[in-house]
Write a protein that binds this ligand. Structure first.
Ligand code: IPE
Ligand code: IPE
Ligand code: MG
Length: 240
């Protein structure tokens, strides 16, 4: 992207549906987990690019609630890869001022995976350049259902009345409550769907779809997405 492009056209929050790892591996005659391993390289590249471009929040769809339904070998390989990546990436993330946060229900993870989540969140706490949100065991419907359940419980105890509930109130109680809505949602891998990702938060996000498989998504691909975003005219339902 041209260096002189308007700074305000840089999205504050980019969210990515990192899809296509399995196909990338299969195209090479490799097992699907090899695609996930290659996908970690893309994560490293894109985090660096996001920091360089001044993006403030980067949310990565890392593992959906539905992904538990994949064969156990693949699920285990992804969980192991997450733990290994925490060890390998923590120093560089810290150095870049990246703060890592998990978004999703942690109850489903093994003690081991939870200890690595604690480790990466603890070691990177206080990073001020980029908040890297890993959506793991995340799905929008689960998030909204869980939130509604908690609000109804408060109402049942007489601590919440219907009049208090508006869209801002709901936003303030979702898992994503500490982050602004994404300005730009990118999906790699050629599919045109959200697959249960940030359905509330993406109400007015700009959507960008690319056929590039996630392991092939590099700094240039990221810049192309930012360039496309910079050309968009966001109206939020108003007349310009
Ligand atoms: C995305 O790649 C990574 C996860 C869902 C964990 P896929 O594994 O879905 O790759 P494809 O879509 O099968 O190629
Ligand atoms: C979405 O990709 C989930 C993640 C990228 C973690 P999927 O591959 O699971 O989505 P579908 O099955 O193509 O909708
Ligand atoms: Mg997929």
């Amino acid at each position: 992207m041209a260096q002189n492009s308007n700074e305000s056209k840089i999205p504050q929050h980019v969210a990515i549906i990192m899809d296509g790892n399995g196909r990338w591996a299969q195209q090479r005659g490799l097992d699907r987990p090899e695609g996930h391993i290659a996908g970690v390289e893309s994560v490293r590249r894109v985090v660096k690019a996001a920091v360089n471009r001044g993006v403030r929040y980067l949310t990565l769809y890392t593992f959906s609630t539905e992904n538990w339904g994949r064969p156990a070998e693949e699920v285990n390989a992804i969980m192991e890869l997450f733990c290994r990546s925490v060890i390998a990436e923590a120093p560089e993330l810290k150095e870049q001022g990246v703060e890592v946060k998990l978004m999703g229900d942690r109850v489903a993870f093994s003690d081991k995976v939870n200890s690595y989540i604690d480790k990466i969140e603890g070691e990177t706490a206080g990073g001020t350049n980029l908040t890297l949100v890993l959506a793991m065991n995340y799905s929008s419907r689960y998030e909204i259902t869980d939130t509604v359940r908690q609000l109804v419980a408060q109402a049942a105890e007489g601590k919440l009345s219907p009049e208090q509930i508006d869209a801002d109130y709901i936003s303030a109680h979702l898992y994503s409550r500490n982050y602004p809505d994404p300005d730009l949602v990118i999906r790699t891998g050629g599919e045109y769907r959200l697959s249960n990702f940030l359905m509330w938060q993406a109400a007015y996000s700009e959507l960008y779809f690319t056929p590039t498989l996630w392991p092939d998504f590099d700094k240039t691909s990221f810049d192309e997405a930012l360039e496309a975003y910079a050309q968009r005219n966001r109206r939020f339902g108003l007349v310009k």
